[in-house]
Ligand binder design. Structure first.
Ligand code: C2E
Ligand code: MG
Ligand code: MG
Length: 702
């Protein structure tokens, strides 16, 4: 504590010392450095005791020449010294803020207030007080920072007092709400309420703020324009040191666009973009819901799936845009055909589904299916195209055909598969599943069959009526599966055709048949001609002719000894192309026969254009001989037709002598059937050849 001596009675040395002491005490009371300096060199001539604390230098150091200038922060030095020199020269008292460097390297912010003494226009004196304002400066900077954050935040910020009256809002608040700051100051945030939250919502919100000091969540508010928007809002409570609530701070962001994007994503994942119909994902959900409902009410539900046939063909020929328009048009007709309560779904690319609830009987589902098919039977007019589509429908019923969505979906698929190509509808039947299972089993095993060498070629002899000789044989594939046993081609060829595996299998049969026939030729039976069945997929390959030539080259079989069996439907599909391939092979010597003749729709005029060698009367007609007069009439007609066109005619499926007699009497050239021989393996066929008449072929047929 500074000591205060008693005042002396008059001016004396004591009095001067007393005054000096008082002055010293006063100076030391100041929380800053009181200083005097030379007004020209700025060298300190006096500094108070505080000098030692403010920068950490000893008092003596302060008196050194240039101390002040040297310890100013280099970045502030020039401006500070220049300013002081100018002000001092002008005799102006002034104040300055600048940074100094402390002994320990700290940067200390100084506020320096300077008094300049002037006498007879001469600056004769200067003194001042340096105060450490580092803390203040730091706080101010923090404040500046907060203010910048507040103003530049893209989140709206609102500050209220304890009674929720608005004290301040930032720029983003004004942008989001559309209100100017002075329109809302003094009001409460209730002016933004949209009315979409009820009183209990706000009650819960304030309760959470009171209990936990904060709340956050989604809320819809109203802009000044009246537009409602969704924001994500956080409210925090501010308390003073005594725990009394002084303010609330609300920050919010406009998430309307996020919400819109969310609902768009939701829409895309549940609705088909092309038709706007609910998609497969929603079908599963709705079906689940419908089944639960029906179970509790003891009702039935029908699930219909409809396939637009030949959509791929429309896409290929008229383009995907037209294909898309067909889908949209079909969706519209379908939606117009169902009851209001029934929902239509776009199930897969060319498949739609309908759930029928509150169903009294299966008839209602059949009626709807009929209605839909009738509606679709009217051609669509799309741009300049008139497009006819045909559809087929599968139906499965709850609870009869399945108690779960997945079961109903699986079975309706099976029913649809059976309806394909019929242009009609099919209810699911349990037998269909057995057939489907078998089909699946065949499909899966077929993949491995070639590699596992499970195929074999059987041969069925063809007998010439005129000579009584075996003139050739039909190669018929057999599949010996290790577990399923011998599988008929009637069962696996259609599957192989559908999956495309027929191409590989067919080539294998062709090669094997040519190889084995060539072996018989080498054994002396060189008149034998082998007939090999060719399916449409196989024949329609671009390089089919090249494949046949290659096989003939490899096996050494003369092309004249190969006969390819085609069906009427195959040759009528793409006649121009087929004729080209046939001619290419025919020019080599290969011959063609039309298998199952009479069952297709080939026109006579058309038939003449193909290089055909032989007609094979289908076994359904042969077997009718002697039973049905139509069978006999057709057989007779085919023989007459063939002969008039100079074609060979062979009858297949000949089982009785009566049939054989009829055929001979009517001029048929040859036969194939159980009566003479069943299809048999190659080694047995060798025995048949040997036991029959092994002499060289005598009566030429062609
Ligand atoms: P398909 O070409 O019309 O062959 C004649 C079918 O009639 C053969 O049946 C044969 O065993 C049978 N058959 C022959 N004679 C008689 C008879 O007197 N009575 C009766 N009831 N049936 C007789 P398979 O071998 O079961 O072949 C059925 C069909 O499978 C063939 O009909 C053919 O369309 C197809 N197929 C057979 N092998 C092949 C092949 O290697 N490639 C292709 N693409 N199809 C083949
Ligand atoms: Mg055949
Ligand atoms: Mg046939």
């Amino acid at each position: 504590m500074p000591s205060f001596p008693d005042p002396p009675p008059a001016v004396s040395v004591d009095a001067i010392l007393w005054a000096q002491q008082r002055f010293q005490n006063l100076v030391n009371c100041v929380d800053g450095v009181v200083w005097e300096a030379d007004p020209v060199t700025f060298r300190f001539t006096f500094v108070s005791a505080q000098a030692e604390h403010i920068l950490g230098y000893r008092i003596e150091d302060w008196y050194a020449e240039g101390f002040w200038i040297d310890h100013i922060h280099p970045q502030d030095r020039e401006r500070t010294v220049d300013y002081r020199a100018m002000q001092t020269k002008g005799g102006n008292s002034h104040a300055l803020e600048y940074r100094m460097l402390a002994a320990d390297g700290r940067v200390v912010w100084i506020k320096d207030s300077v008094n300049v003494g002037v006498c007879a226009d001469q600056v004769v004196y200067m003194c001042g007080i340096m105060i450490d304002i580092t803390e203040f400066e730091r706080a101010e900077q923090a404040l500046r920072l907060s203010a910048t954050v507040f103003e530049s935040s893209t989140d709206g910020i609102v500050i209220t007092d304890a009674k929720t009256r608005i004290l301040n809002v930032n720029h983003a608040f004004c942008v989001i709400t559309g209100y100017a700051a002075d329109e809302v100051l003094g009001q409460t945030p209730a002016l933004l309420q949209s009315g979409q939250q009820d009183a209990s919502f706000y009650q819960t919100m304030w309760q959470s703020i009171a209990e936990h000091g904060r709340w956050s969540g989604e809320i819809s508010n109203r802009r000044k324009s009246g537009e409602v928007f969704i924001e994500f809002l956080s409210i925090s409570q501010v308390q003073d040191a005594s725990g009394t609530v002084t303010n609330y701070i609300g920050t919010f962001s406009d998430i309307s666009h996020v919400k819109a994007a969310q609902s768009q994503i939701e829409r895309l994942s549940y609705f088909d973009a092309l038709t706007n119909l609910p998609n497969r994902a929603l079908l599963q959900e709705r079906l689940q819901h419908a089944l639960r409902n029906a179970e509790s009410k003891n009702q039935r539900v029908a699930l219909l799936t409809m396939n637009i046939e030949r959509l791929g063909h429309i896409n290929d020929t008229l383009g995907h845009d037209v294909g898309d328009q067909v889908i949209i048009a079909v969706a519209e007709r379908l939606a117009a055909s169902v009851r209001n309560a029934d929902t239509v779904f776009r199930h897969l690319g060319d498949e739609f589904a309908v759930i029928l609830e509150d169903l009294d009987s299966a008839h209602a589902a059949a009626h709807l299916a009929e209605r839909v098919l009738t509606a679709l039977s009217v051609a669509f007019r799309l741009e300049e195209h008139e497009i006819s589509v045909s559809a087929c429908i599968g139906i499965s019923l709850f609870p009869d055909d399945g108690k779960t969505p997945s079961m109903l979906l699986k079975n309706v698929d099976v029913a649809l598969h059976h309806a394909k190509g019929s242009g009609s509808f099919q209810f699911f039947r349990e037998e269909m599943n057995v057939a489907s299972m078998e089909r699946l089993l065949i499909e899966n095993n077929l993949r491995l069959a070639l590699r596992r060498n499970e195929f074999q070629v059987y041969y069925q002899a063809q007998l010439d009526f005129a000579s009584g000789q075996i003139i050739g044989m039909e190669a018929l594939v057999r599949w010996a599966h290790p577990e399923m046993g011998l599988i008929s081609p009637m069962r696996f060829i259609p599957v192989a055709e559908e999956t495309g595996q027929i191409v590989e299998i067919g080539l294998w049969v062709l090669r094997t048949a040519c190889q084995e026939t060539q072996r018989w030729h080498e054994q002396g039976y060189d008149h034998l001609r082998v007939a090999v069945n060719v399916s449409a997929k196989q024949f329609n390959q671009d390089d089919f002719a090249a494949q046949v030539k290659q096989v003939l080259r490899e096996t050494g079989l003369a092309p004249e000894r190969l006969e390819l069996e085609l069906t009427e439907s195959l040759i009528m599909q793409r006649p121009e192309r087929v004729i080209g391939t046939m001619q290419e092979l025919r020019s080599l010597g290969v011959r063609f026969s039309i298998d199952d003749f009479g069952t297709g729709y080939s026109s006579l005029a058309q038939l003449k254009r193909f290089p055909i060698y032989k007609l094979k009367i289908d076994q359904s007609f042969t077997s009718d001989i002697g039973i049905d007069i139509n069978g006999a009439a057709i057989t007779r007609a085919i023989i007459a037709l063939g002969t008039s066109m100079h074609l060979q005619v062979i009858a297949e499926g000949v089982e009785t002598h009566a049939q054989q007699r009829f055929l001979i009497d009517n001029g048929c050239h040859s036969m194939q059937g159980y009566l003479f021989s069943r299809p048999i393996p190659a080694d047995e066929f060798s025995c048949l050849l040997a036991s029959h008449d092994a002499s060289p072929y005598v009566g030429a047929v062609d």
